[in-house]
Structures are given as C-alpha cells and as structure tokens.
Design a protein around this ligand. Structure first.
Ligand code: BGN
Length: 293
C-alpha cells in the first residue's frame, strides 16, 4: 500500500500488522491463513429444493445460510454466465443459498456506485426473514474455478477469495493482485459489515471503494482471512470498462474521518428500491442510487 493517510488514526504499524495477520510468511505466492476445508470436492446430481426464498440441499442442513450479492449495471451478458456457473458451484458445495442481483437502474447511465448498491441490498436483506448468516459480495465478472474455495463465512474476520484472476481475453495467466486488495469477492457476516459501517456511499465510477473498505477494516483492528493460494483462483469475464472515478485518491485520503457519517447507517436516506422481482434462479433488486444526495 503506497501511502499513509494524514490526519487519521492509521499508522504504518497498523498497516504492517494487517499484512502480518494475513500472511503466514511474507514471501509472495505462499499460502495465507488456511481455512478449514478439504481439497477439491465435486458432487454430482445433488437434489435441491427451493423453499422460502432459498435453495436447500435435500436431506442436508447447512450450518450457514448464504446470500450471494451481485451489483450490476448494463452487464446482462456477464450475469447470465455468472448465474449458470454460480448455481452449479453452490450446489457442488451443498450450500443453502440465494443469489441476489442488485441493478443500478436509475438514473439511467449515471456512474456506478457499488457501495450504495451493497449497502441498500444488505439493508433490505437484514429486514427479511431469510436468516442469512453469510454475505458474499461478488463481482459479476468473476467465476470461481475451484470447488475447494468454499463460500462459507469465517467466525471472526472477513474472507477475501480473489487472490488470482485469469482474464479470458488476455494471455497473461493468473494475475496476483496486491495484498491490500479486498475487492472482487468478499465474504462476511452482518455483524462484521455493521462494525465497518459498510461501504462508503461516495464513490462514483470505477475504483477505490474496496480500498476504502480495507481502511475501515484496519481502523477496526480487523484482518483478512484468505483460502490457500491454490484455491483462490477465478476466471475474469471480459467486459468494457466503465468510467474511472478520478476523485478516488482524494476520497481515500480522508476515508477514516468519514467512518461514522458515511456508510451503511446512512443508506436509508439516500437510495430507493424501485423494483423487486423474484424468479427461481435469482432475486432482482432495482435501485435508484440518487446521486443528488
Ligand atoms: C485498484 C483499485 C481497486 C480495484 C483494484 C483491482 C484504486 C484506488 C487507488 C489508490 N483501487 O487499483 O478499486 O479493485 O485495483 O482491479 O483505484
């Protein structure tokens, strides 16, 4: 991480600790904290039933109830591939799960605000009686490649699973992102989400909102759990790039000062759900993100 934030309570030491916590040793490309699961498992033909808004494996009681949340804007072509793969993946892992697409529908063509989409959908979910215990914040263009990458939450800390991404339209193979990254796919509980006051509502366009959340983690003295490096692999689906957020560097600088006043606790006064639509494979939430506020 390139710099330390002025006028905040985050020091070099904190950032150093963040790294020490996630790494078994500091050599790059070595496994990070191991989560508790076996190696590749593939279950074929698992019978599932759809009941009270969730998919359940027949005859099995899952310990966790998982909601996979996917923010979207004009990405139907990725969403179809995503759903097709994600249902199969969740079933092979015998999860009790639901998939929620959160579409930024209004105002039309306005820059994407992923933070507002997540905050709104999670606020909506909290009021439902689905008893969700694990939130999976998932980019629509990422497909997990290994069944050993379990979509189950850890008890104490968020889990980040996108250590390596192989983009379909280039030949560079798997790209290892920076240690500080928590964007892509992040699994956490409602309690963890509330401790962080969710995402900032102020990031419009591509980039930075995930780094802002990482700063909130450090501020709360939390760390990140990752699956072993071999399992944390994804295919990145091709798509055109949306406009970047040029304000992101400035926003990140002051991020930790806005912690209490900008996030999940403030979302109800900002956005509006304009449509809720349930099909067998997905729950659609259409949102007005309301850039005027
Ligand atoms: C980073 C972006 C993240 C994005 C990753 C991976 C920024 C802020 C710069 C200080 N962060 O560069 O938002 O998830 O790339 O693509 O742009």
């Amino acid at each position: 991480f390139p710099y330390v934030l002025p006028y905040t309570n985050i020091t070099y030491n904190d950032i150093e600790n963040f790294y020490t916590n996630i790494l078994v040793n500091k050599k790059r490309d070595t496994p990070i904290i191991q989560t508790s699961f076996a190696n590749n498992i593939t279950f074929e033909n698992i019978p599932y039933i759809f009941q009270q808004g969730m998919w359940h494996p027949l005859g099995i009681t899952s310990i966790q109830r998982t909601a996979i949340l996917v923010p979207l804007q004009n990405r139907e072509y990725n969403a179809k591939t995503f759903l097709f793969n994600m249902h199969a993946f969740a079933r092979r892992q015998q999860l009790t799960y639901t998939i929620i697409l959160i579409e930024q529908a209004s105002p039309l063509g306005h820059r994407f605000n992923k933070g507002r989409l997540y905050n709104t959908a999670i606020n909506y979910l909290e009021k439902q009686s689905l008893n969700i215990t694990c939130l999976v914040l998932h980019d629509a263009d990422l497909i997990p490649e290994d069944d050993g990458n379990f979509y189950t939450c850890e008890t104490k800390y968020p889990k980040h699973t996108t250590s390596r991404v192989r983009e379909l339209n280039n030949k560079r193979g798997y790209i290892r992102y920076y240690e500080f990254l928590i964007g892509g796919v992040l699994l956490l509980t409602f309690d963890m989400y509330k401790t962080l006051n969710g995402f900032s509502n102020l990031y419009w366009g591509w980039g930075g909102e995930d780094d802002d959340l990482a700063l909130r983690l450090i501020q709360q003295r939390m760390c990140i759990v990752r699956p072993i490096y071999e399992l944390a692999i994804y295919t990145g689906l091709p798509h055109p790039r949306g406009p970047r957020n040029n304000a992101r560097f400035g926003l990140l600088t002051w991020s930790t000062l806005r912690f209490h006043t900008d996030g999940y606790a403030q979302i109800e006064s900002l956005t509006r759900i304009i449509d809720i639509h349930q099909t067998l494979t997905v729950t659609y939430l259409k949102l007005d993100v309301n850039p005027d506020k």
